[in-house]
Design a protein around this ligand. Structure first.
Ligand SMILES: [Zn+2]
Length: 246
C-alpha cells in the first residue's frame, strides 16, 4: 500500500552506510517510523528532505511482507533555514519536536497537532519568540488532546472566574473553582493572570503568541502549573534534555 502524506521530520539516524531511519509526524497518522534506503545518498529521491524540522511530502510504502514502512521519495515543502542557522531557535524548535515525539498522538488528532507544529515552526522561523514559547505549544497540544480545562467559569457555581481574586486549580480533575467554592486542600491557588493567559492560549494559535507580553511571574506560574498538569494527564516530564514517560 502506498500513500502520500505531509510530514515534519522529527529525528533521523543512520543504520547502514547509505540507509537512514526516520521518525516523523504525519498529518494523517500521528508519529511514525520508516526506513529510507539510500537516504543519505539519493539527492534525486530525497534531496534536502531528511533533516529534522523539514516539512516534506512523502510517498510511503511498506516492504514486501508489510513488516516495516519504507520511504520511497520525498519532496521538500519547507526547510526552515532561519531555524537551522540560529542555535537559540534550534533549541526552541527541538523542544517542540521532542514533545511531539513523546506525546502519544493518535490519528484522530494528528491533523490538528500537525497544523499546530507547522504554525509553531513558522513563527520560530520568522520571529524571535522568547524561551516560554515551547511551553505554550505544549499546553496547546494538551488542550488539543482533550485535556482542556474550562478556565473561564467556576466548575462548581458557574460564575465567571476573571475577577481579581485567585482561583483554585485541581490538577487531577482538571477543574478550576472560585475561592468561595474551592476546597483549598484539593487544589492549588493560581492567579487570575495565569488562567487568563491559559484561556487565551486555548482560543488562539502560535502566530498570536509571538507578540505576547506577559509578566515573568505569570509565565512562571503557567509553566509550573501546566507542566504538572501534563505530567499527570499525559504522563510526560521534562528531564535533562528530553521528555520521559512517568
Ligand atoms: Zn464557585
Amino acid at each position: 500500500m502506498e500513500l502520500n502524506e505531509r510530514v515534519v521530520i522529527l529525528k533521523t539516524g543512520r543504520f547502514k552506510e547509505n540507509d537512514l531511519w526516520v521518525k516523523f509526524l504525519s498529518s494523517s497518522r500521528g508519529v511514525q517510523n520508516a526506513f529510507a534506503f539510500g537516504g543519505s545518498r539519493s539527492r534525486r529521491r530525497f534531496g534536502g528532505c531528511l533533516e529534522p524540522f523539514s516539512q516534506v511530502l512523502f510517498k510511503t510504502g511498506t516492504n514486501k511482507t508489510g513488516t516495516y514502512q519504507v520511504l520511497q521519495e520525498g519532496s521538500l515543502v519547507k526547510a526552515y533555514p532561519g531555524i537551522r542557522s540560529d542555535l537559540r531557535k534550534i533549541g526552541l524548535a527541538a523542544n517542540c519536536l521532542k514533545f511531539v515525539e513523546s506525546a502519544i498522538i493518535g490519528s484522530e488528532n494528528s491533523r490538528r497537532v500537525f497544523e499546530l507544529l507547522i504554525e509553531t515552526l513558522d513563527v520560530i522561523e520568522d520571529f524571535d519568540p522568547d524561551d516560554f514559547f515551547p511551553l505554550f505549544f505544549r499546553a496547546k497540544v494538551a488542550f488539543e488532546q482533550g485535556y482542556s480545562p474550562d478556565f473561564t467559569i467556576c466548575s462548581q457555581c458557574g460564575k465567571p472566574l476573571f475577577s481579581s481574586r485567585p482561583v483554585v486549580f485541581d490538577i487531577e480533575k482538571g477543574r478550576i473553582s472560585c475561592v468561595d467554592c474551592a476546597d483549598v486542600r484539593k487544589g492549588e491557588s493560581v492567579s487570575v493572570g495565569t488562567i487568563r493567559t491559559l484561556a487565551w492560549i486555548q482560543d488562539t494559535g502560535p502566530s498570536n503568541w509571538a507578540s505576547l507580553t506577559v509578566p515573568v511571574e505569570i509565565r512562571q506560574e503557567c509553566f509550573s502549573i501546566m507542566d504538572r498538569f501534563m505530567a499527570y494527564h499525559l504522563g510526560l516530564v521534562w528531564e535533562g534534555n528530553s521528555y520521559r514517560k512517568v
